[in-house]
Design a binder for this molecule. Structure first.
Ligand code: UDP
Length: 238
């Protein structure tokens, strides 16, 4: 499916891609590579909002499974996303691109709070805005944060860069017959519980007609290829 020309996108990266080949944490060299890919597509004139997950550091569900209070653990997960946002900011700014981090959990000495109109101004000035801490509430994920920011920033599409190259009808790691969708509609994703993003994120995108483009960010140059229409991806739309 040929993708339309986009003016503004939201790029959501799962925290685990920041690990590179590591088992945990942040591989700075790998984040530098991801940043270079983002800068390359920005140079085509694209406006970019970024959301990064926190799964490479801490997930609330894992904390809750080990006996922690769920909400408390979720706040720790949100803090992990701020760490990732700062790491990405550092890598982007090494490449000479101005950025701002806006966190849904206020942290005045570290970054800005989320202020939509200010974020608009940053984009107008050519800055990349990195939205951290998801929606700022426990029991949500950064997928929901990404859908929310994509809606309020009026992004043309939500790109989800992850470790798999799209959405499959079964888990490709466990089923060799699993087939990748080129295009799939929101309602099928929700009805069949396909692994794209959590249901609230998919529903928010559906209700605001924001296409979700799922692709692998692990292969070098893939973000640009997908945007040029030469990549492998699944498009979730109406
Ligand atoms: N989180 C949260 N509310 C939000 C966003 C994130 O509570 O709005 C917490 C939640 O515990 C989650 C963790 O932050 O597990 C890390 O985010 P996520 O799991 O979405 O990261 P990803 O899987 O994309 O790396």
């Amino acid at each position: 499916m040929a993708l339309p020309q986009f003016k503004r996108i939201l790029l959501k990266l799962s925290g685990e891609v920041l690990m590179g080949e590591q088992q945990f944490g942040i591989d700075t060299a790998y984040v530098d590579r991801l940043a270079a890919e983002v800068v390359a597509v920005k140079q085509t004139g694209l406006e970019i909002c970024l959301v990064i997950g926190g799964g490479n550091i801490f997930r609330g569900m894992a904390g809750a499974a080990s006996g922690m209070d769920r909400a408390q653990a979720d706040y720790m997960g949100m803090l992990a996303t701020v760490m990732n946002a700062l790491a990405m900011q550092s890598s982007l700014e090494k490449l000479g691109v101005a950025t701002r981090v806006q966190s849904a959990v206020q942290m005045d000495t570290v970054c800005e709070p989320v202020i939509r109109r200010r974020a608009e101004r940053h984009l107008a000035k050519g800055r990349i805005v990195i939205f951290a801490a998801g929606v700022g509430s426990p029991y949500f994920t950064t997928d929901s944060g990404a859908a929310l920011r994509a809606a309020e920033m009026k992004c043309d599409a939500l790109f989800k860069g992850t470790s798999v190259d799209g959405v499959y009808d079964a888990d490709p790691k466990h089923d060799s017959n699993a087939k990748r969708y080129d295009v799939v509609d929101y309602d099928t994703v929700l009805a069949e519980n396909l692994k794209v993003m959590d249901a609230s994120a998919v529903a928010l995108c559906r209700d605001n007609s924001i296409p979700i483009i799922v692709f692998s960010i692990r292969e070098e140059g893939n973000l640009a290829r997908v945007l040029e229409g030469n990549g492998v991806q699944t498009v979730v739309c109406d």
